[in-house]
Design a protein around this ligand. Structure first.
Ligand SMILES: C[S@@+](CC[C@H](N)C(=O)[O-])C[C@H]1O[C@@H](n2cnc3c(N)ncnc32)[C@H](O)[C@@H]1O
Length: 284
């Protein structure tokens, strides 16, 4: 059945009409507080098309109807919609920056806590645990690993890598300042390797939407890498403000290498740059 609005399929590419999209934005925000309209519109529409295809539907209106009837859960939708690409020791130079310019502050405190936002399937959590371990800080830290998607977060409970990823990751691990073999921290025969569970003893997992979720705790370090890039630049200050509410005074915020917030005028009084190159900020 054609969807309401001007549904057309051109060159095999499913078209989404403006009226359909507006209705979907409104529905998903009022029902799930999901700020779809803050996402970068071109990539969000691509992801919506992919979601519709993978769920074997014909239109965005069908997707909305499925969510309304409960035949499609919001979490199922998120599993399709979100981009979960990740990698162990991703962006090694920025990790080295974190190690050299942020971790020394935590050597002076008894304990500290870290909020990891958009953790995806756990490669980043594994990376963080290894860095903290090698810097003698793991036992004094508590990590809250989060993602908006419950399904992807479940994978992070037991971070798993393909052996081939481990070989590639080793190069980055060394560039980030690692000093042994990366596979020292992973167990398992065959093609898959699991992070040594003893590294995860003080990790908690929570679902968290960077746009609006509220946790009671305040953190010393918030790491939110490669999440902001999916949002429109003009809306990113909302996300940063929400992260800021989760930060103690003088806490650190580590963003992805392409996620500078320097041009977000509204935030200039809230954060200072710690080091020039790698988007690590400190709350004033
Ligand atoms: C590309 S992955 C980045 C993973 C990891 N941070 C890294 O740099 O390798 C983006 C992650 O952000 C999550 N995400 C998307 N929208 C989000 C939101 N509104 N709140 C929290 N996480 C979100 C996705 O589910 C996904 O796991």
């Amino acid at each position: 059945m054609p969807a309401q609005g001007n549904y057309i399929k051109r060159n095999n590419l499913l078209q989404i009409s403006v009226s359909e999209l507006d209705a979907f934005h409104e529905y998903i925000e009022s029902e799930y507080q999901f700020k779809l309209k803050w996402y970068n519109s071109a990539s969000a529409e691509r992801r919506l098309r992919k979601t519709i295809k993978n769920l074997q539907l014909n239109s965005l209106t069908d997707l909305q109807a499925g969510l309304q009837k409960g035949s499609i859960s919001f979490q199922r939708f998120l599993s399709e919609f979100t981009v979960n690409v990740t990698q162990v020791f991703r962006e090694p130079e920025s990790l080295k920056d974190l190690k050299n310019n942020v971790l020394p502050f935590f050597r002076k405190v008894v304990d500290f806590n870290v909020l990891l936002v958009g953790s995806s399937s756990g490669a980043e959590l594994a990376t963080l645990c290894i860095i903290l371990k090698e810097n003698g800080l793991l036992k004094r830290s508590k990590i809250v690993a989060t993602d908006i998607s419950e399904n992807i977060l479940k994978e992070a409970y037991k971070p798993k890598l393909q052996k081939s990823d481990l070989i590639e990751g080793h190069e980055n691990y060394l560039r980030a300042g690692g000093y042994r073999e990366l596979d020292h921290y992973f167990l398992g025969a065959g093609s898959q390797a699991y992070l040594d569970e003893s590294l995860l003893e003080k990790v908690e997992f929570k679902t968290f939407d960077v746009c609006h979720s509220q946790l009671e705790e305040r953190f010393d370090l918030v790491i939110c890498k490669n999440v902001l890039i999916y949002f429109q630049y003009d809306e990113q200050h909302h996300l940063i403000n929400n992260l800021s509410r989760h930060m103690k005074d003088k806490a650190f915020l580590a963003l992805g290498e392409k996620e500078s917030i320097l041009r977000l005028q509204k935030l200039n009084d809230t954060f200072s740059l710690v080091t020039g190159e790698y988007n690590i900020y400190r709350k004033n």
